[in-house]
Design a protein around this ligand. Structure first.
Ligand code: PBG
Length: 324
């Protein structure tokens, strides 16, 4: 029996000693803030299901990004809502598309902020799917070429990193090759390597206006039941040239984050997705829990599981807490 010679409470006595024995650190350096760009002028439209997050027209986006940078947050990830959507999602790879325009403005206005772009077609297709659709099926290989064009157009606009989130097979390799051929061999790929078909993306689809018109994303995103398949997905992306491996969502998949961190030696990112954020916000608004406390606990748990970086809608709020 260890007790009474060993008493774990001795090192929990006060905050000073707790700080000294703390095993995991959360820093502003770990945070990436997702932002939504939209056409127009003077638009700052709050996303109803994601309080404190907005669809922003480009000049407002730059202003907001300056505030993000000033808080010490190193990076943002951009999503775009295009003016028009069509079957081939051409807004995704249009030189003057919303993301391309936003990236140029951000690199001009906040040059030291790292700008990551989400590479997917779902925000740009009229059917809301992540690829070319034929007879109700999402086609893999024809979609790859469009994703590569999208990534290259982001890099040309000045994106510092691209993050493919579409979950088509083989996309990391195709994007790597296209970037290299276009002279962007220094641009890293943060792959949404392990992205589950999750109900927790609900609020995001309102924010990005990307809810699929029919069907779901089960034919390309992963089954929440699977772990070994997740390791295979990560392995493929490593082989195809991914620089950072992302797991998404985060909180319901901490076991997956842990395994990726154990089995691979690339940096690991975790996406603390919209639903994880919104359900805590909503409960806090009801007075059912203390948001700041639960936010910090959630982010710490994601770090403890092994994430080096966390994409989170709480980035600004967490940065403010960490500054105290
Ligand atoms: C796809 C994409 C999605 C998210 C990030 N990239 C939505 C989806 O797969 O349906 C979800 C992020 C979130 O819920 O916060 N472009």
């Amino acid at each position: 029996m260890l007790f009474p010679s060993y008493r774990p409470r001795r090192v929990r006595k006060n905050e000073t000693i707790r700080r000294m024995v703390r095993e995991t650190q959360l820093s502003v350096d770990n945070l990436i803030y997702p932002m939504f760009a939209i056409h127009g002028k003077n638009v700052k439209k709050e996303i109803p299901s994601m309080p404190g997050n907005y669809q922003l027209s480009v000049e407002k986006l730059v202003k907001e990004a300056q505030a993000v940078h000033q808080l010490g947050i190193p990076a943002v990830i951009l999503f775009g809502i295009p003016k028009v959507k069509n079957a081939v999602g051409s807004g995704a790879y249009d030189e003057n598309g919303i993301i391309q325009t936003a990236v140029r403005a951000l690199k001009d206005g906040v040059p030291d902020l790292m700008v990551i772009t989400d590479v997917c077609l779902c925000e740009y297709t009229d059917h809301g799917h992540c690829g070319i659709v034929e007879n109700g099926e999402i086609l893999n290989d024809p979609t790859l070429e469009l994703l590569a064009r999208e990534a290259v157009s982001h890099a040309r606009a000045g994106a510092d990193m691209v993050a493919p989130s579409d979950m088509m097979d083989g996309r990391v390799g195709v994007i790597r090759e296209a970037l290299d051929e276009d002279g962007h061999d220094e641009i890293p790929i943060m792959s949404y390597a392990i992205k589950y078909a999750s109900g927790f993306y609900g609020p995001f689809r309102d924010a990005a206006e990307s809810t699929p018109e029919f069907g779901d994303r089960g034919s390309h995103q992963m089954d929440p039941a699977n772990t070994r398949e997740a390791m295979r997905e990560a392995e493929m992306d490593v082989a195809e040239g991914a620089d950072i491996l992302m797991v998404k969502p985060a909180l319901p998949y901490l076991d997956i984050i842990y395994r990726v961190k154990e089995e691979f030696d690339l940096p690991v990112a975790a996406y603390n997705v919209s639903g994880e954020f919104s359900m805590i916000k909503a409960a806090a608004r009801q007075g059912w829990l203390d948001e700041e406390r639960v936010m910090m606990e959630s982010l710490m748990a994601i770090r403890r599981a092994g994430a080096d970086m966390i994409l989170t809608y709480w980035a600004k709020e967490a940065a403010r807490v960490l500054q105290r």
